[in-house]
Design a protein around this ligand. Structure first.
Ligand SMILES: *[C@@H]1O[C@H](CO)[C@@H](O)[C@H](O)[C@H]1NC(C)=O
Ligand SMILES: *[C@@H]1O[C@H](CO)[C@@H](O)[C@H](O)[C@H]1NC(C)=O
Length: 305
């Protein structure tokens, strides 16, 4: 049985001279994948390796990892990668396996039928703090007079530092923290005719690192006549209020005079007799005085109304 396998393997070897074959202790060994490396960009980690080629055959690869805990306290334990146990491809997304900012050992082996290669181990353990952080993609727009930014969604670990300023000499920079991408965020209400610029960088708290800033993007608000119209509206409103106030003062004055003018100085006769005729005649005189007083105040306000 074993002999038969060795023989078929050897035949394959001699048949396809391209195939890298090894004969160790009388057993043909499937070569291990070479050239392992991890590409990590924006906290997405991809393990790649060079193919093991056996013409006419499909080679499968298995990936396992060992975090700091496993390598320190359980050195014999390797955990199969979530997505590549096994895989036909030459790469493995290990993002879901790397859950801590510690060194990870990774290894890969090839499988062909019942044959398996030796494990090939990544030369230097991978730590996710070495990920390459790129400046975030951003969309700077204006919504009426509102300066709005929408940042690329890079996942829940990402935050963004947004810096914006009005484009003018010695402009003051404003800073805003944005907690997640893919959501429009209002930055400022812009003044007409002015240009505003925005730049952003990504922050990843779990690894304590940030990207460089993106290129600044600027938007300009047209110098529209709207503020002039607003000022005009405000002025007209002010005039209307002034007129209303003056009118009400005048009305109040009139009312007050009507109610207060007849200051009834009780005639001596009343104190003694309380005869109604005398009281009426007295009041008639006073009301007349009152009416002339109101008339004069009306004349005073006439030019205003
Ligand atoms: C190793 O991989 C790099 C790219 O990751 C490639 O350029 C190089 O040719 C590979 N080396 C071998 C021996 O396959
Ligand atoms: C990553 O963390 C290790 C310690 O765990 C540290 O020695 C190394 O300098 C860090 N690398 C970066 C790029 O921050």
């Amino acid at each position: 049985m074993v002999l038969e396998e060795i023989l078929t393997s050897l035949t394959m070897c001699f048949f396809y001279t391209l195939m890298p074959c090894l004969l160790i202790g009388g057993v043909v060994v499937l070569p291990a994948p070479q050239n392992l490396s991890v590409q990590s960009i924006n906290m997405k980690h991809l393990l790649t390796w060079s193919p093991v080629i056996v013409p006419g055959e499909i080679i499968y690869y298995s990936v396992e990892y060992q975090g700091e805990y496993e390598s320190l306290y359980m050195s014999h334990i390797w955990i199969p990668s979530s997505w590549c146990s096994p895989t036909k491809g030459l790469e493995c997304d290990i993002t879901d396996d790397i859950t801590a900012t510690v060194p990870y050992n990774l290894h890969v082996r090839a499988t062909l039928g019942s044959q398996t290669s030796a494990w090939s181990t990544l030369q230097h353990p991978f730590n996710r703090n070495s990920t390459v952080l790129t400046p975030p993609g951003m969309d700077v727009t204006k919504d009426g007079f509102h300066l709005v930014i929408e940042l690329e969604d890079l996942g829940p670990q990402f935050e963004f530092l947004v810096v914006y300023w009005r484009r003018e000499p010695s402009a003051k920079e404003h800073v805003k923290m944005v907690r997640s991408g893919a959501v429009p965020v209002h930055l400022e209400t812009m003044e007409p005719g002015a240009a505003y610029c925005v730049k952003a960088q990504t922050l990843v708290k779990t690894i304590g690192r940030h990207s460089t800033f993106s290129q600044a993007q600027c938007v300009k608000v047209q110098g529209e006549p709207l503020p002039l119209a607003l000022a005009l509206f405000a002025f007209v409103g002010f005039l209307l209020i002034l007129v209303a106030v003056l009118l009400s003062i005048w009305k109040m004055g009139r009312l007050l005079r009507h109610s207060c003018c007849p200051v009834v100085v009780l005639p001596d006769t009343l104190k003694i007799t309380s005869s109604p005729q005398k009281l009426i005649s007295c009041r008639k005189e006073e009301v007349e005085v009152c009416a002339t007083a109101v008339l004069s105040s009306e004349e005073l306000l006439r030019p205003w109304i």
